[in-house]
Design a protein around this ligand. Structure first.
Ligand SMILES: *[C@@H]1O[C@H](CO)[C@@H](O)[C@H](O)[C@H]1NC(C)=O
Ligand SMILES: *[C@@H]1O[C@H](CO)[C@@H](O)[C@H](O)[C@H]1NC(C)=O
Length: 175
């Protein structure tokens, strides 16, 4: 009985002391810059309210990307097949789920398919938005992009009167 009490006391005190010291956060992965991106977007095409939400197709007309690991131009064969939440109506500032496919052509003539996806995190247009990035290629030179864990930050949201230019930064998460 005595040893049980002692054990319970040890367990309790160790729990108590770790609670006092707090739980240490593990070291977070780092982010390495891949490139800055300028997208030129076309007029949004309102597909309308369907079984999955309010669909809006935003064509990607062209663009450029430049950075330490990737640079080149964006081909005019992509779009954002975006969804709005019917709960908030047609206001893209209230809810917006991006679903982008587009193609990058690198300065040295290789092709990389890009997917971007993510939800608007705030209805404050000045706040930056994070999106997930996936990349796919058969190019030997850029084969490393197939396994990257990518994060995009929208730094300049598209605004009318600026030819629908949208700016982003692409980052690669690394351990
Ligand atoms: C990207 O877009 C911004 C804003 O329109 C512009 O100032 C900048 O020159 C563009 N950069 C490139 C490399 O196209
Ligand atoms: C991108 O497309 C827009 C609209 O068609 C055009 O004004 C602009 O010059 C194009 N930019 C590039 C880099 O091709």
């Amino acid at each position: 009985m005595k040893s049980f009490t002692l054990l319970a006391g040890l367990l309790f005190s160790s729990t108590a002391s770790s609670a006092v010291q707090g739980i240490k956060s593990p070291k977070p992965p780092s982010l390495n810059h891949l490139c800055s991106v300028n997208f030129t977007l076309g007029d949004a095409i309102p597909i309308g309210s369907g079984p999955r939400g309010i669909r809006l197709v935003i064509p990607i007309l062209n663009g450029t990307f430049w950075g330490p690991r990737l640079k080149g131009t964006i081909l005019p064969i992509g779009a954002d097949w975006a969804l709005l939440d019917p709960k908030y109506g047609l206001d893209p500032d209230k809810s917006f789920t991006a679903d982008v496919r587009t193609t990058f052509k690198t300065h040295d003539g290789e092709f990389i398919q890009i997917t971007l996806s993510g939800e608007r995190q705030s209805d404050d247009a000045r706040k930056r938005t994070l999106v997930r990035i996936g990349m796919e290629t058969g190019s030997e030179r850029y084969y490393w992009v197939n396994s990257l864990v990518g994060l995009g930050v929208v730094t300049r949201p598209a605004e009318e009167g600026r030819e629908f230019e949208l700016g982003m930064e692409f980052w690669q998460a690394q351990l």
